[in-house]
Design a protein around this ligand. Sequence first.
Ligand code: GLU
Length: 493
Amino acid sequence: MATGLPIRVRFAPSPTGFLHIGSARTALFNWLFARHNGGTYILRIDDTDEQRSTEESMREIYDSLKWLGLDWDEGAVVGGPYGPYVQSERGEIYRKYVQKLLDSDDAYYCYCTPQELTEMREKARAEGRSTLYDGRHRNLTETERRKFEAEGRKPVVRIKVPDESIVAADVILGESVTPPANLQDEIILKSNGSPLYNFTTVIDDYEMKVSHVIRGGDHINNTAKQLVIYRALGVEPPQFAHVPLVFDGKGEKLSKRRHGELVSVGKYREDGYLPEAMINYLVRLGWSYDDKQEIFSIDELIEKFEVERIGKSNVVFDVKKLQWLNKHYIMERDLSARTDAVIPFLQRDGLLEANSSPVQREWLEKIVESVGDRMTTLADITTQTGYFFTDDFEYDPKAIKRWWKKGDPLGTLQGIRDVIEKLETFGLEEAEAAIWEYTDKNNVKRVQVMQPLRVALTGQSFGPGLFEIIVLLGKEKTLARLDQAISYMKAGI
Ligand code: GLU
């Protein structure tokens, strides 16, 4: 996919909400393509839809891209030689090109009224045509124009389509031919003076020297319209690559409207997914190296990424796979980095203060270590280890039913309490030896002691090794929790 020109690609999100998973994947493909080829990756903001574009959304998009590690070389915020990179600030540039096209007679003013357009639409429908505009104002005389102006009509500007097929080459999809019957003189400038997407995109891609346009397959129908504009301007278009769309398991296209937060990158971040898991997940939504390898580091992706290896077929979003990758990447971080990653979640959930002391840090690392590979997301830290940080936890009703209802749990907990109280050194081995001594002496099954005790200390019937828990809680807390459980039982459960 080489053009001989310097490689320059852009990601051009519309700031009308959070960063969509599918858009993040488009950004990633562009970024990887630029990094693989030593090219330039540009971030442009497509905010021509004034009503739906917001500052807040822009900020969220920047944040999500930064979180994913998709840094941009040129563009919004960072600037560059072809700025501004926010379309709403480029009005003058667009007007200049509209004028150029008007002057060269490749564009013209159209004064059609809404009623005329409705009639044309009905006619087109009756004739089974997809295009509607019949070109009636293509060749207005100066007198006709003046007459419409005098009536107070505000014109739009339309581009003239050529009377021949438009051939679009696509690196992923191959060649497609659009016959003249499927093309019409599209509006490039609305009557209120604002330019439209297909026009601004061409102008910006041209002005910003974009060599390759890699974007979502939902834009495939815009390519021919954009090629008409390139042709009118007399400039070479970039190479196009349309990436397959992402669907849910039921065959519905992933959309903000239908799927809400399920398709929001920010939400996955909040839910405790790691950026490296997300990147690895996104890249495999359509791209493959050899159909076997699933885990790729960023460096490996940069080395191996080729647009030609993006498939044509639509892809299905599978959250299970993302979870699997996230688990993998959580465990790939060493203990210290894993601890760093969970701290914000513990803080968010009110379990940890902002600044921890070195002693606390050591304790925290041991807690994280005790969880082993049981976290699917970083947010799981709270459900898995919350009881280490607060006494205010609930006894799981199922655990109560299973372990506090049979045998003599009250007697057992009281017995264990005495054993623990007598312990002078409070280490893993001492705790273990003392408890086994208790089970042997009283001839009770180990599990009949361990599980009621686990429920008393953690509220749950699963989790890290029990002796680890006891040591991490410390003597005082262990005793207090035993007392609490004993009172609970005495109160009559
Ligand atoms: N703003 C468009 C989008 O978000 C960009 C399309 C393009 O890359 O040309 O889909």
